[in-house]
Design a binder for this molecule. Structure first.
Ligand code: AMP
Ligand code: MG
Length: 435
C-alpha cells in the first residue's frame, strides 16, 4: 500500500497542538478483548464485568480477638473487684468448628478468626481475663477462667456478611485492579478475573549508528537507549513490550522488522527517522507499508511525530506510533501519546492523566520558541505549596536530565520566559522531595 494519509491540514504554523495530536491518535484505540486472567497477573488491569458475591464474607460470625466466647449475661457486673468465673468447655482455633454449644456459666477459648460457637454472644479478650497470669502463650488446657470486665452483647464478634453480602456486586465493571481489589477477588474464591487483555507492544529502534547494550562500543556508534526506555515505559503502563532487533537504515531491514512486529503486536512503536528533512529510509518504508502521517507537534522536546496504521494478516489493523530519535524526545512523546494509547487499550482511558500542581520556580525557565516546553524538573514540597528547579541542561539528547526529574514544568506555547519566583504548572511523576 502506498497511500500517505496526512490527517487533515496542519495549523497555520504547520504544527498541531499536543491535544490535537493525542485526539487524532486515540481515535484509533479502544479496549482490547476480554480474557479470563490469573489473579497473579492482573495488577493494573481493568475488570470488564461486574463481579458478584456468591456467598457472604465472612460466611459465619467469627471472633475478631483471641479470647473467650461467652454468654454476655454471664459476665454482667464483672469488674476486677467482682470478677466472674466461667467453666472452660473447649478450645477452638481458626479453621475449626466447635462441636456443641456454650451453655450458661461456660466459656470456649477461641482464637481470632474462629467461628463463634452456638450459644455464645460475646468474646472477652484475653486482656480482660486472668489469661496472662497463666502465661500468655500457654495452650495447656484450663478448667476455669476468671473474667474481670463485663462483656457487651456482640462484643468482638464480626457479623456474617459484615464485609460482603451474598448476591451483591462487589466490584463493578471498569474497576482498576490494585492490591486491595485483587485481594477482594481472592476472598470471593476467584482465581481468575475477566479483564481487557494487556497490549502487546513491539518496540523497534532504527538507525545505522545503534549498538545494543552489552556490545563493545565502537567509534561513531551509540547505544540504543530508546528501546529500553520505551519498553520500560510500556511495562509501566501495563503493556507487554517486545524489543525487536535494531532495524538498520535500509528498506529491506526495516520492512522485515515491521512484518515481524505485525505478526503479534497490538501496537508498533518505532523511534527515530521521522524528522522533517530527515531522509532516513524510515519515512519511505512507513509510507509504503501502511498509512502514515508525519506531524510536527507544538511541543519541546519531541516536535516530529509519525502516526499511522498497518494492515496485518486477518485484516487486523495495527496502529503505529513513530517517536523521534532523540532519547528525551522519545520518552516525552511516549508519555504524552503512547501512555494514553496503552491506557485506552487496557480499558482505563482517563487514567493516564497525571496530577498537575502549581509550583513556584526557583530559577528562570526560558522557552526558546513558541512551542509548549516540558522542562525536566525536580519538585519539592513542604506540604504547603510546591517549588521547582530544572534538572540541568535541557537538550533533547540529555537523557540524564530526565533521569533526575520527578516532574515536568510546563511553559505554555505563548510564554517565552517564566521568571524565578513566578508560578508554573508541573506534572508530577512521583512524590515531591522534601523542601
Ligand atoms: P533521527 O531521528 O534518526 O535523526 O535521530 C535523532 C537523534 O536520536 C540522533 O542523534 C540519533 O543518533 C539519536 N537516536 C536515534 N535512535 C536512538 C536510540 N534508539 N537510542 C539512542 N539514541 C538514538
Ligand atoms: Mg536516524
Amino acid at each position: 500500500m502506498t497511500t500517505i494519509a496526512h490527517h487533515g491540514p496542519p495549523g497555520p504554523s504547520g504544527m498541531i497542538s499536543v491535544e490535537e495530536a493525542r485526539a487524532r491518535i486515540l481515535e484509533h484505540f479502544s479496549p482490547l478483548p476480554v480474557e479470563q486472567t490469573p489473579l497473579t497477573e492482573v495488577l493494573g488491569q481493568v475488570l470488564a464485568e461486574d463481579v458478584r458475591a456468591s456467598f457472604s464474607i465472612p460466611p459465619m460470625a467469627n471472633t475478631s480477638m483471641d479470647g473467650y466466647a461467652v454468654r454476655a449475661a454471664d459476665t454482667e457486673g464483672a469488674a476486677p473487684s467482682t470478677p466472674r468465673e466461667l467453666r472452660v468447655t473447649g478450645y477452638l482455633a481458626a479453621g475449626s468448628l466447635f462441636n456443641g454449644a456454650v451453655g450458661p456459666g461456660e466459656a470456649v477459648r477461641i482464637m481470632t478468626g474462629a467461628p463463634m460457637p452456638d450459644g455464645a454472644d460475646a468474646v472477652v479478650p484475653f486482656e480482660e481475663t486472668d489469661e496472662q497470669e497463666h502465661g500468655r502463650w500457654s495452650d495447656a488446657p484450663r478448667e476455669r477462667v476468671r473474667v474481670d470486665v463485663a462483656a457487651r452483647l456482640g462484643a468482638n464478634i464480626r457479623r456474617a456478611g459484615e464485609d460482603v453480602r451474598a448476591g451483591e456486586v462487589v466490584l463493578a465493571a471498569g474497576t482498576v485492579l490494585g492490591p486491595a481489589q485483587i485481594g477482594v477477588l481472592a476472598s470471593l474464591g476467584l482465581d481468575h478475573a475477566p479483564v481487557h487483555r494487556r497490549p502487546r507492544v513491539a518496540v523497534l529502534s532504527t538507525g545505522d549508528e545503534l549498538l545494543r547494550p552489552g556490545e563493545p562500543l565502537r567509534p561513531g556508534k551509540i547505544y540504543d537507549s530508546n528501546a529500553f526506555g520505551i519498553a520500560a515505559a510500556v511495562r509501566d503502563c501495563g503493556g507487554v513490550p517486545t524489543i525487536l532487533d535494531v532495524a538498520r537504515d535500509s528498506v529491506e531491514a526495516l520492512t522485515a522488522r515491521i512484518h515481524e512486529a505485525l505478526e503479534t503486536a497490538d501496537l508498533l512503536i518505532t523511534s527515530a527517522g521521522v524528522s522533517r528533512g530527515d531522509f532516513d529510509v524510515v519515512k519511505e518504508v512507513l509510507a509504503r507499508e501502511g498509512e502514515v502521517g508525519f506531524w510536527t507537534v507544538r511541543m519541546r522536546p519531541g516536535k516530529p511525530l509519525a502516526f499511522g496504521t498497518f494492515r496485518a494478516a486477518g485484516d487486523r489493523v495495527v496502529p503505529h506510533l513513530g517517536l523521534p530519535g532523540n532519547p528525551v524526545s522519545a520518552l516525552m512523546t511516549f508519555e504524552l501519546f503512547g501512555r494514553p494509547a496503552l491506557f485506552t487499550l487496557l480499558g482505563k482511558p482517563e487514567a493516564w492523566v497525571r496530577p498537575t500542581v502549581r509550583a513556584v520556580t526557583h530559577e528562570r525557565i526560558v522557552n526558546p520558541d513558541p512551542r509548549r516546553f516540558y522542562a525536566r524538573a525536580i519538585v519539592r514540597s513542604d506540604g504547603d505549596g510546591y517549588v521547582v528547579n530544572l534538572t540541568g541542561p535541557q537538550g533533547s539528547g540529555v537523557l540524564t536530565s530526565m533521569a533526575l526529574a520527578n516532574g515536568y514544568a510546563i511553559v505554555p506555547e505563548d510564554v517565552a520566559t517564566i521568571e524565578a519566583g513566578e508560578e508554573c504548572d508541573v506534572i508530577l511523576l512521583g512524590a515531591p522531595l522534601p523542601l
